[in-house]
Structures are given as C-alpha cells and as structure tokens.
Design a protein around this ligand. Sequence first.
Ligand SMILES: [Zn+2]
Length: 112
Amino acid sequence: MQCQRCGHKWYLRREELPAICPKCKSPYWGLPRNEDLEKIKSVLHEISGQEVKVNCRKARDCEFISGPWRLVYNFARQPGHVTPLFELQRGNSAKTFESLQELQGAFGHDIM
Ligand SMILES: [Zn+2]
C-alpha cells in the first residue's frame, strides 16, 4: 500500500484497508492527489467531450461522471495486496483498468 499524501509505503497484514495512513495519519491516504484528479478528469473529458463532475464520497472512493460515462476509482482487494482500480462504466457495460496509463492507452481505440 502507499499513502497518496506522504508517500509512505507499507504492507497490508489484514484484509481490511486502514482508516488512516500509519505514518501521517491522513484519512485520505488512498484518494488520488489533486494532480491525478485533474489527469483523470481530462482523460474522461477526452472520452466523452462533456463536462466532468467529481464526487469523492468516502476517503478511498471517487466517482467521475461525464455524459453517459461514469468512472469509479477504488481499490481492488486481492489476497495479500490491494491495488488501485479504475472502472469505466457506460450503461450496462463496464471495463476495468489497473492504472490511469492503461486507461489513457485504451483511449483512441474502441473502448467499449
Ligand atoms: Zn501518509
């Protein structure tokens, strides 16, 4: 795991995600940094051509809505580790990406 605020890295000993960063104690350790939020918004804007609304409901969960598209930033829980995950949804279709780079790479091709 890595804190998005202070950069501290640690290993997850339990399945549950911690409420706060063990080092800087930030409850927002898992949220994308502002610069990354802006990148995510611009990628989604390119896909839809419409304005992007951001809604970060919990400390580790953001959704981006733009026209018919919805992008959810969350964590994938796998045994032993947890990785950020981007799920792009449109209607009943959904596709997941493991990184913003992967999502950007898919853009330009027929995403869905
Ligand atoms: Zn931290």
